[in-house]
Design a protein around this ligand. Structure first.
Ligand SMILES: *Cc1c(COP(=O)(O)O)cnc(C)c1O
Length: 504
């Protein structure tokens, strides 16, 4: 076992109770800790392979080099099996995540998976990590995935878990808070083990409802009796976070290979942010040793995070805005808790106190000492007009079509450069295909599109952008609606019980 010797074991504990200690596979199975906290690694492992060596590796090989350092109770065979099943021809390019240069920045295209959004990067592998984790821990219960989605997670999770033996998946989405194509993608999902519900409320309502169901002890007891147990596919699961670290390592290695940077040269990373999972993965990559200078956190008009980085005060008490980048329409960024815990000096009591304040009053303020540790982060935001202008300008200058989320990041990057004159090589996380948000994108580019149907617009986007319609969109063009459930935000538990045959 040479393997085991060259890596130090990593255990996970709750951000609200440092005394808890579980293995990676246990943390993946549980999703959320019993006390409502998020699992965090007891240390961030350092990369063991040099960037020069990583430069020649495939995505799958890079994934193995990174993930094995976090998931230390997985054997080589188990982890490689998960990686092979996840990153295969579900992706429409062998590179898995191509890097595309446009206007001097590098767009890391995270949208080549089965649902053409970045959630595929983690959700293609999570079901395999979860089933492996169940096997390792002798879990016989059927695993019920319960997820709240602001649009993209839902479909990506459904696609990942559909038909996977030993699992069921229930997805709640805000009925009027996702794009028509996102909704169509979800309600046409096949698979007897899939359930999709539109709730009358926004994403935060869906997320709070799911959290309450997870913490419902009475329901947990009924489930156990029926041979069922919940787990989470939301971005709070450590099995989502770890696979996302991979592509930042990969991006750096590929820029190095292409001669765009010198070995060791620092890069900046811009991430269009909602739940703070993707940017936290970049932060973990930095802590593993990837030379990253600034982590630029881009928000849309729901700019809670921008305000937080400016002032040190997190305050969700504000108007919730529906924007053209719905996956970022979030007022409570769950994964931020992992960063708060860390800048509190891994102090679970302090973190728990702040999270309690957030739950009761909707806000908290970090100490000046904590704020001083946020210097690597830069918060920015772009409003609706700036986002649309960015899509139009990028198209006019280069022919490259950005989706709305990526456009927020691109616009924030533009403001950052103007502000700071920082010329560091920059990677922008490109989180969705423009085909997922066709109408917004086409309206931003300009033209008379009101009379066109969504699918006519898809063809028009394909024509003007010179890119083929992705398979994920072709498939739903004619697919029948298989899910038409709706419920009030107060009815979520009842509908879960009905789906699981536990009586209502
Ligand atoms: C989920 C999502 C985001 C936000 O990512 P977080 O990890 O929640 O910050 C950004 N863009 C798209 C397209 C997404 O689906």
């Amino acid at each position: 076992m040479v393997e085991a010797l060259d890596r130090e074991e990593v255990f996970y504990s709750s951000t609200r109770d440092s005394g808890s200690r579980v293995t990676a596979s246990q943390a993946i199975l549980k999703g959320l800790a019993d006390d409502g906290g998020l699992y965090v690694p007891d240390h961030i492992p350092a990369l063991k392979t040099s960037m020069a060596a990583l430069a020649d590796k495939s995505y799958q090989e890079t994934a193995y080099e990174v993930m094995r350092l976090f998931l230390t109770d997985f054997t080589e065979e188990e982890l490689k099996g998960c990686i092979e099943r996840a990153y295969d021809d579900k992706f429409d390019t062998r590179e898995i995540v191509p890097v595309r240069e446009a206007e001097g920045a590098y767009y890391l295209e995270l949208f080549h998976g089965s649902t053409i959004a970045f959630k595929d990067m983690a959700l293609s592998i999570l079901p395999h990590l979860m089933i492996t984790s169940a096997r390792k821990n002798h879990v016989e219960n059927e695993i019920v995935i319960l997820t709240a989605t602001s649009g993209d997670t839902g479909k990506a999770a459904l696609a990942g878990f559909a038909g996977v033996a030993g699992t069921k998946i229930i997805v709640f989405y805000p009925k009027n808070g996702v794009s028509p194509i996102q909704e169509k993608q979800m309600v046409t999902q096949k698979g007897d083990n899939t359930f999709v519900v539109g709730i009358h409320g926004n994403f935060d309502d869906a997320q709070s409802g799911v959290k309450a169901i997870f913490n419902d002890q009475e329901l947990a007891a009924q489930m156990a009796q029926a041979g069922l147990q919940f787990s989470s596919a939301n971005s709070i699961n450590i099995g989502r976070l770890v696979p996302q670290v991979v592509y930042y390592v990969y991006a750096y290695a590929k820029l190095l290979k292409a001669g765009r940077i010198r070995d060791g040269e620092k890069i900046n990373v811009v991430v269009p942010t909602g739940n703070f999972g993707n940017i936290l993965a970049a932060f973990y990559a930095k802590n593993m040793g990837v030379p990253i200078a600034k982590l630029i956190c881009a928000s849309n008009e729901n700019k809670v995070l921008y305000d937080f980085f400016e002032t040190g005060r997190y305050d969700r008490n504000r108007e919730f805005k529906l924007t053209s980048s719905p996956s970022m329409d979030i007022l409570v960024s769950s994964n931020l808790e992992r960063l708060i815990y860390r800048i509190a000096g891994n102090d679970a009591a302090k973190n728990a106190e702040l999270m309690a304040a957030l739950a009761s009053g909707g806000s908290y303020e970090i100490t000046p000492q904590m704020k001083a540790q946020l210097q690597d982060f830069y918060g920015g935001y772009a409003d609706e007009k700036e986002t649309a202008a960015r899509i139009r300008e990028m198209y006019e200058h280069t022919g490259y079509v950005l989706d709305t989320h990526t456009a927020v990041a691109s616009a924030v990057y533009g403001k950052y450069v103007k502000d700071t004159r920082d010329e560091t090589v920059t990677v922008i996380a490109s989180t969705a295909s423009p085909f997922k948000f066709t109408r917004y994108v086409m309206n931003a580019i300009g033209g008379q599109y009101d009379a066109m149907s969504d699918f006519e617009l898809v063809d028009e986007l394909s024509r003007i952008g010179g890119v083929a319609v992705p398979r994920a969109i072709e498939e739903i063009r004619t697919a029948p609606v298989l899910h038409d459930n709706e419920c009030d935000k107060t009815q979520m538990k009842a509908i879960v019980k009905r789906f699981l045959g536990l009586g209502a």
